[in-house]
Design a protein around this ligand. Structure first.
Ligand SMILES: [Zn+2]
Length: 416
């Protein structure tokens, strides 16, 4: 039976063709068409040039100088309208966790994704091959929910993944997913991790040490949205499943296998892409210091054209573990999957002292850096326009307190 939700309709939806940012000089709210590069602030009258990713020519003239920008890459910098409780570097529990379990020396791989993928192996194969023992659950403040037996093994592993990722300086969160089916409503718990190289939230299934890719591009991990769209649009025929755990209940573990996602010999129904119909993202990964508990944080419910108007709970029972009153619905992709760690570059045209302002949405932000003579050097968030003449290639990046750097913003051009 379909019922209309008695809970408020989404109230913070952002049109796809609209962006919002704070004016770097006065802090006033700027609302402007997505992708616009020239902005004027009504509050402080700042005249901004805000380059975005493009190869199109862009000219910045100020105080007798002329900068012609060519190829540039600047990732989206969006501050989501729903608060996320990030694990803090300042908290000793967060800094210590991975080291205590020897994770940094166990992790293999060079790229960020190779290491994030290998964290699945380290946790599930090397550290927690069987149901995590009580002392570990207690140490990670999971003992209370482990006793209820409602939150099963997948929750523990998804939680471990996000807590250990936080300890390594990466941002991950847990996600409760479910099929388009109301009888078995507890669903399945997975995790998503922000990847700076792929510039997306990648979904991982820590219980099965699993992730998805597509035929033709088997090394590129898929985001939750991509898994969902491939299933709902194309029936999942192009999807490839990578996994190490063949049966969680029997602890059947082996090397990573790659097979079509729809082949049903995995014996794990919750690995099937149909489970990506409902999704509730937990807006916290600060579990080491504010333990996991129903309703402690808001959770974000994904609503789009495939599940519009559909009730996602059965009587009072939601799809996942969260109570409906603790869930906020959103249809804004940028708020559900906010890009992290990208550096936005704002150029202030000012007759006296043209300036550069750098801004980032970077959890545990430590500093900005600029590449000079092949080396990254610290740079303040605001500085006078560099006295460049001739060709220039600028690169700016945000670095967090764990030393993890976001993808650099890169601008090339000619200055006269
Ligand atoms: Zn302003």
């Amino acid at each position: 039976m379909r019922r209309a939700s008695p809970f408020p309709a989404p109230s913070l939806e952002l049109p796809l063709n609209e962006e919002r940012a704070a004016c770097p000089r006065c802090g006033g709210l700027l609302v402007f068409p997505a992708g616009r590069e020239r902005l004027a602030c009504a509050g402080c009258r700042a005249d901004w040039l805000r380059p975005v990713a493009s190869a199109r020519a862009l000219v910045f003239e100020t105080a007798g100088r002329r900068l012609a920008f060519g190829r540039r890459w600047i990732g989206v910098a969006h501050r989501p309208r729903y608060p996320f409780h990030h694990a803090l570097h300042a908290e000793p529990e967060v800094r210590k966790l991975a080291a205590e379990f020897g994770v940094p020396r166990r992790l293999r791989g060079k790229t960020q994704w190779e290491r994030q993928r290998d964290l699945l192996r380290v946790l599930r194969i090397e550290l927690f091959r069987h149901r995590p023992p009580a002392p570990v659950l207690r140490r990670l403040a999971l003992w209370t929910i482990a006793r209820t037996n409602r939150h099963w093994y997948c929750t523990h592993l998804a939680y471990f993944y996000s807590a250990f990722a936080a300890s390594l300086g990466w941002t991950a969160r847990i996600l409760n997913i479910g099929r388009d089916h109301l009888e078995k409503t507890d669903g399945h718990m997975i995790a998503e991790i922000w990847n700076d190289d792929w510039q997306k939230w990648v979904m991982v299934d820590p219980l099965f040490a699993a992730w998805f890719s597509r035929r033709g591009r088997p090394s590129e991990p898929l985001s939750f949205f991509e898994v969902r769209q491939d299933w709902l649009r194309g029936g999942g025929r192009r999807m490839i499943l990578h996994h190490r755990v063949r049966s969680a209940s029997q602890d059947l573990i082996g090397p990573e296998r790659t097979l079509p996602a729809l082949r049903d010999d995995t014996r794990n129904r919750s690995l099937h892409p149909s489970h990506y119909f409902w999704a509730i993202a937990y807006l916290s990964n600060r579990f080491l210091t504010e333990p996991y508990e129903d309703g402690r944080f808001l959770a974000l419910f994904w609503r789009d054209r495939w599940n519009t108007g559909r009730a996602w709970y059965n009587r009072d029972k939601p799809v996942g573990y969260y109570r409906a009153r603790h869930v906020v619905e959103t249809s804004t992709p940028l708020d559900f999957h906010p890009p992290l760690n990208n550096t936005a570059v704002w150029l202030l045209r000012d007759a006296v002292r043209p300036r550069v302002f750098l801004r980032a949405y970077c959890p545990n932000f430590a500093r900005f850096e600029m590449k000079r003579d092949g080396a990254w050097r610290r740079i303040p968030a605001e500085f006078p326009l560099p006295p460049a003449h001739g060709r220039f290639a600028w690169e700016f990046r945000a670095v967090n307190r764990f030393g993890v750097a976001g993808k650099p913003a890169a601008l090339t051009g000619i200055a006269r």
